[in-house]
Design a protein around this ligand. Structure first.
Ligand code: TYC
Length: 107
């Protein structure tokens, strides 16, 4: 593929040619929480705060959405990060004997 340079930009005195990246952005994956009838709401809020860096308000909104609609997106990440989040949630849920399920889906 032909190299393409972007418009010249002025950095103080120096004029530099920024080169357009020839790397494709990585495939991204939605991490999705699934509803069930048994996992306590407070546990789901704790999961969203702990593993998805949400504040209590946002975590509560997402938990309610999952409770009402059956599923909800917790975040969108590259493959390795998404896989790690799914594993962390599964491990944490198992430790507490809750049936909470978390899956990933290519965007
Ligand atoms: N439905 C659960 C309850 O009523 C709460 C819940 C919300 C469970 C979200 C899982 O991903 C979930 N206790």
């Amino acid at each position: 593929m032909k190299r393409v340079t972007m418009a010249a930009r002025n950095h103080g005195d120096a004029v530099v040619e920024a080169e357009k990246s020839r790397l494709k952005p990585p495939p991204m994956f939605k991490v999705i929480l699934l509803n069930d009838d048994f996992t306590p709401m407070e546990f789901v809020i704790a999961v969203l705060q702990t593993f998805f860096s949400m504040g209590r308000e946002r975590a509560t909104q997402i938990m309610i959405q999952v409770h009402n609609e059956g599923r909800g997106v917790c975040g969108i990440y590259p493959n390795d990060i998404a896989t790690s989040k799914v594993d962390q949630v599964a491990t944490f849920a198992r430790q507490h004997q809750h049936p909470l399920q978390c899956v990933m889906e290519k965007t």
